[in-house]
Ligand binder design. Structure first.
Ligand code: ZN
Length: 401
């Protein structure tokens, strides 16, 4: 495990040990075409096979990925983990990963180069993700937050969007447009939602798929849908939703909250980080799980466990960890600005503002250069769902002293 500390409440259903190698892995659309689900078969040393159900994957040219979540399993992975059996309403039994103790991936090169720059989110084949328009539109779930007095949370959303735009205004014309409130939920629908979750830190169950709860150490998760490899529009973000964790954390503004969780998550702090993910930025260091990205120089992102990480890594808004009550991520730092301006440079990125074109019917024909795994469909389109979250490092003893 990396520096993420898993928190297991007493209410959690018991998980069982799981140890073995992934012998097959297939992805499909979940119910309502709103998510992609991957089912991976793990063969254990006694020959028994367990099917692990995960949100995310690649299907029909579309990729979905969630950061700050447990890594998506792939063929050849060897893992030692805890899994929990969960029945679906259709009578199947799924195993959900609760914790991964170790994961070995054959393809992952291990280097610890101490180089630093901002990091951009990529598709599985290494194409960087971006909004194609000169803007991105967001809405806020109409119920807002009950932990923050009045309508302050809506004002904080505006402040956060302005912080990114103002800081990067010298080198980027990209705009973040708040369209107001919505009753639309999260999912692939072309509507980008900021959602406060205060009852359950989970994606709700659908007819086909059981409820999937998120990493409890994560204060937020941003899920991106982007066009996958093999399309002319590869990397283009089509939909992005931000979910905020008001279950394990108490949403706070200026230290004020009516939430009862012990650890305050300053709303601007968390949301500024998540908006960075929404823009296509990734973390400044690698926690030892999942895809290891590179910086703009092509260097691998340094490991978060290196003792010599520079301040440009640890003080950036896109640093992976934050502590209870922290507010420093609410200010966008130079390295974050450099990232935004690399994605959306003035003079090179469009200045017109349009909603993302999520009508994939015919949008993305590809002449050749077919992506691996795509069957011979004449029109190949891809969409990636990328979820990213802000993890809190639990260090109450230090922070509350
Ligand atoms: Zn994050």
């Amino acid at each position: 495990m990396g520096l993420l500390v898993a928190v297991t409440p007493a209410s959690q259903v018991q998980a069982s040990p799981l140890s073995g190698t992934v012998v097959s892995s297939e992805s499909r659309w979940g119910y309502g075409h709103s998510l992609i689900v991957t089912e991976s078969v793990v063969e254990q040393s006694d020959g028994s096979r367990i099917t692990v159900h995960q949100v995310g994957g690649t299907h029909e040219g579309i990729g979905m990925r969630q950061s700050h979540s447990l890594p998506l399993l792939a063929i050849g992975d060897s893992l030692v983990a805890e899994a929990q059996a969960r029945p679906s309403s259709t009578g199947r039994t799924f195993h959900l990963l609760r914790e991964v103790h170790s994961l070995r991936r054959a393809s992952l090169a291990e280097k610890n180069q101490d180089t630093q720059d901002f990091v951009r989110t990529e598709t599985a084949a290494g194409y960087q993700v971006y909004w194609a328009s000169g803007c991105a539109l967001l809405s806020v779930a109409s119920e807002g937050s009950e932990q923050i007095a009045g309508d302050t949370e809506f004002q904080v959303v505006d402040q956060v969007l302005e912080a990114w735009q103002d800081e990067a205004g010298g080198c980027s014309d990209f705009s973040l447009v708040n369209e107001g409130t919505t009753d639309t939920g999260v999912g692939f629908d072309g509507i980008n939602v900021i959602k406060f979750r205060e009852d359950l830190w989970c994606r709700p169950a659908t007819k086909d798929d059981p409820q999937q709860c998120y990493e409890e150490a994560a204060a937020g998760i941003t899920t991106l849908f982007f066009i996958k490899d093999g399309s002319e529009r590869v990397g283009e973000i089509l939909d992005a939703d931000i979910e905020l964790n008001g279950v394990q954390f108490a949403f706070a503004v200026n230290g004020q909250t009516s939430g009862t969780a012990q650890c305050d998550a300053d709303l601007a702090n968390t949301l500024t980080h998540e908006v960075g993910h929404f823009l296509g930025l990734d973390h400044t260091c690698w926690i030892g799980q999942g895809q290891r990205l590179g910086d703009e120089q092509g260097n691998q992102v340094p490991s978060c466990s290196l003792p010599t990480l520079s301040e440009s890594i640890t003080e950036a808004t896109m640093y992976n960890f934050q502590s209870c009550g922290e507010t420093k991520k609410a200010t966008v730092e130079a390295d974050d600005v450099a990232g935004m301006c690399a994605i959306y440079p003035s003079g090179e990125h469009p200045t017109t503002c349009e909603p993302a074109d999520v009508d994939l019917g015919g949008c993305c024909s590809v002449a050749g250069n077919r992506s691996p795994g795509a069957s011979g469909s004449p029109a190949l389109f891809g969409l990636g769902l990328l979820g990213l979250m802000l993890a809190f490092r639990r260090q109450r003893a230090e922070n509350n002293s």
